[in-house]
Write a protein that binds this ligand. Structure first.
Ligand code: AMP
Ligand code: GLY
Length: 790
């Protein structure tokens, strides 16, 4: 598109449309923007923007006008015209529409449709059932054990969602929607879904049907009154980016929700072009979709558009979307924060006055913008109120606190009789942010307590001390640790080191409150990696990071680390406990660690020159899932609706949580004596990648492994996971250990001796395969009898 030749018809009259017109009018591509019907804010004051008095539902007049004015892009703001199929009216006359087709708009127009879509495409959302029969809906409500939310399926201007607190209220809500028809035809069908708890996020994302580009995550304030009290409204204020949406959360939302949604819609034959707004609840079980909207949010748009960098041309983004070349666009956002405070007429969302005069004092800075919503210019040329949500002040600044302050300064400049606004916009995030600002003054204000940290060290000292060994004294509080290799009997030692984390197994520890075993996993992951190099683990250091130091949890965790060190003969010589408010969610922690060990020169494993075709592979039993594949495991568990407190379906003597938390087996003390006798040629620790990918890691290029899957008892937990998750066998072999945690390569003549020694040392040993010559182009590990796995 050449410069200044774009003529846009923007449909709508809210704050969202004023914000869109404001941003679009800054584009050098724009010749003219027509807003139908627009409001007091789009009526004057914006370059190349004018209102046209056509109703947003009058498609034939809109089309006639657009053809006459040679409009080359239509942008419908609200959902109603999109659900009613405005896109096809313009498609017929060859004018592209930045907005979805009627078929794609069903994602907002029918909640039953969107819920079925999510179910089909495995997109996380609240448990639900759809109903057209009042009696059946009632029976379902009576049968479920969780609190429910009742939603009229059709469009109900944001009011069709009822949140009953008792069964009686739920029956009442069903009656109101289905029998009394409080929302008319919108209530012909209802969704009854599980009540989700957590923080809400609004994710606005552009799509051309293929590519998807999301805007900074926003948080809305739906209730009319401070502290999230009072009735639901269209939205009383927003801020963005919401700090609860950490980069990891955003990534998860992109991968589990936004991308699968856009791909699913395309696959199902109704690709999405336009802006998809996904309402998300950040639950304890991860982000879940509350609803889809097929248009920009109001007042989210007022905040997020302020975060687009000056050189990001919104008109160009719209054009790229309708021309299916969004991948060619880079959408740049600033690293600032934006906040929007909505000013409503007194009484809204109940009865309120219209036609009241509005005056706005001049605003000197360009980081504060007043966006009109329910305003109009009356016959006398005065600006007056014409709707419930009248006007809003939006501001942008380097910190969220500053942005909110400025938005309120903006609100003070708006004069309207009986004006109402919430005084606590962004209060959830500001709790954290204001603490962060105080970091220069006191560390404690910032949520970090040095005293707490010190008493924690006192608490864990005795456990750590217990790990002292020849060569290292394991005292905390110094700047590091020393190890005396000579004292430990080494003559000509090589140093070996390994570092690793626990992975998402920590989430199960946090959710069950069992925090004293994942430290063992952490040590195990590291020391098993050392022993496969022939090395003896000598020292260990751990790193524990959390949002808020909970002494009990952290002490439990270190207890586990100390236990792991005892089991592996390592001295726990130090570590780091980091308290970082805002980096992790409340109650969350993560941990990593490093093991350091030694091996005499010439005794390292694997013995690449000695390994040969025909050598035997022995498998040492694992204790359970160990520390890999937990993202998959958690997914399967949550998919079947199991709670970690439920009895494990694979083991009636314990719970799901306890069974999954069984610590990773540490093979150091059983293997080292056998290694010292020079009976082992190579070792493979079975971690992520399973038997298939880990076994070849000890082999020279010319050798491969042949493994018989029927040679060892597959643990019941793996059989259950494999069957329940319907995991393909080749996939499971690459993800889970299936009952073998360590593979040992030995010469055939040593099999009996090694088996005996390891068995005496407490291992269960299975002859699981042998080494074969690698065949070019074929997998390094060949598994036979896969079908016997489960
Ligand atoms: P919706 O129009 O579906 O987004 O619903 C409007 C509001 O109702 C949401 O923004 C939430 O605050 C609330 N809501 C909707 N569904 C649920 C749910 N399953 N659990 C908890 N709150 C919900
Ligand atoms: N602010 C919520 C919405 O636009 O639906």
């Amino acid at each position: 598109m050449s410069s200044s030749s774009l003529r846009i018809l923007l449909v709508g009259n809210g704050g969202r449309e004023h914000a869109l017109a404001w941003k679009l009018s800054q584009s050098p591509l724009i010749d003219q923007i027509y807003v139908a019907p627009g409001n007091g804010g789009t009526a004057k004051g914006l370059k190349n923007v004018q209102n046209v008095p056509i109703d947003g539902g009058d498609f034939s007049s809109l089309v006639k006008f657009a053809v006459e004015k040679e409009v080359n892009l239509v942008v419908p703001g609200p959902e109603q015209p999109l659900v009613d199929g405005i896109e096809k009216h313009f498609r017929k006359v060859g004018i592209p529409c930045f907005g979805p087709s009627e078929a794609a708009a069903r994602m907002e127009g029918s909640k039953t449709f969107s819920k079925d879509f999510m179910k089909k495409h495995n997109i996380p959302t609240a448990e639900f059932e759809n109903f057209t029969s009042f009696e059946k809906a009632k029976a379902y409500v009576a049968s479920v054990g969780h609190d429910v939310v009742i939603k009229a399926s059709g469009l109900a201007a944001g009011k069709g969602v009822l949140l009953p607190t008792t069964k009686e209220e739920a029956y009442e809500a069903l009656k109101e929607i289905m029998e009394d028809r409080a929302f008319g035809d919108a209530g012909n069908e209802v969704v009854v879904e599980e009540l989700l708890e957590g923080d809400e996020l609004s994710i606005l994302a552009f799509s051309d049907g293929y590519t998807v580009v999301d805007l900074p995550p926003a948080q809305d304030h739906k209730r009319a009154l401070d502290g999230d009290q009072g009735p639901n409204t269209g939205g009383m204020g927003t801020y963005a980016p919401a700090p609860i949406a950490t980069p990891a959360v955003i990534e998860e939302i992109r991968n589990t929700i936004i991308k699968p949604t856009i791909a699913g819609m395309r696959k199902d034959g109704f690709p999405f072009v336009g802006l998809l707004f996904t309402g998300i609840m950040l639950t304890a079980k991860g982000p879940k979709v509350l609803e889809y909207n097929v248009r920009f949010g109001d007042p989210e748009t007022q905040s997020v558009l302020l975060l687009l960098s000056k050189d990001t041309d919104l008109a160009e983004v719209f054009l790229a979307s309708v021309e299916h070349r969004l991948d060619a666009i880079t959408l740049k956002t600033t690293s600032q924060f934006a906040a929007t405070v909505v000013v409503s007429a007194g009484g809204y969302p109940g009865k309120y006055n219209k036609g009241d005069k509005i005056e706005i004092d001049p605003i000197e800075t360009d980081d504060t913008v007043i966006f009109h919503a329910g305003t109009a210019i009356n016959a006398a040329g005065d600006l007056v109120s014409s709707g419930g949500r009248v006007i809003a002040a939006s501001a942008v600044a380097d910190t969220l606190e500053e942005a909110v302050k400025k938005a309120y300064v903006g609100v003070d400049k708006i004069h309207l009789k009986d004006k109402h606004y919430r005084r606590d916009i962004a209060y959830r995030a500001l709790g954290e942010a204001s603490k962060k600002q105080a970091i220069e003054f006191t560390y404690a204000d910032a949520g970090v307590s040095i005293d707490n940290g010190n008493s924690f060290v006192e608490r864990i000292k005795p456990r750590v001390k217990a790990t002292a060994r020849v060569g290292a004294d394991a005292e905390l509080g110094g700047f590091g640790g020393l190890f005396d290799l000579k004292a430990a009997g080494y003559r000509d030692a090589l140093i070996v080191a390994a570092t690793d984390g626990i992975g998402t197994k920590v989430k199960i520890a946090q959710q069950t409150g069992i925090n004293d075993t994942v430290g063992i996993d952490l040590v195990a992951m590291n020391v098993n990696d050392l022993v496969v190099q022939g090395a003896e683990p000598l020292m260990f250091l751990d790193y524990y990071a959390c949002s808020k130091l909970d002494l009990d949890v952290a002490a439990d965790f270190v207890t586990g680390v100390a236990e792991g060190c005892l089991r592996s003969g390592s001295a726990l010589i130090g570590g780091e406990t980091a308290e970082m408010p805002g980096i992790y969610h409340d109650g969350e922690y993560d941990a990593g660690g490093t093991a350091i060990g030694a091996v005499e020169r010439g005794q390292t494993l694997p013995k690449l020159d000695a390994l040969a075709e025909g050598d035997v592979l022995l498998g040492l039993a694992s204790d359970g899932v160990h520390s890999n594949g937990f993202s998959l495991v958690r997914k399967i568990v949550s998919h079947v609706g199991l709670s970690y407190d439920d009895t494990a379906p694979w083991d009636g003597t314990t719970t799901v949580g306890k069974s999954l938390l069984t610590p990773t087996r540490i093979y150091v003390k059983s293997l080292l004596p056998v290694i010292k006798q020079d009976l082992i040629l190579g070792l493979a620790h079975i971690t992520g990648g399973g038997l298939v990918e880990n076994t070849p890691r000890m082999l020279p290029d010319h050798l491969g492994a042949k493994i018989d899957a029927s040679a060892w008892p597959v643990l019941p937990v793996f059989k259950w996971l494999g069957k329940t998750g319907n995991i393909p066998k080749h996939e499971v072999l690459k993800t889970l250990n299936l009952g073998i945690g360590m593979v040992v390569a030995v010469r055939p003549e040593n099999v009996a001796k090694v088996t005996q020694l390891l068995t005496d040392n407490g291992e269960a040993v299975y002859r699981i395969g042998e080494l074969v010559n690698a065949v070019a182009g074929e997998p390094r590990t060949k598994v036979i009898n896969e079908d016997s796995l489960y």
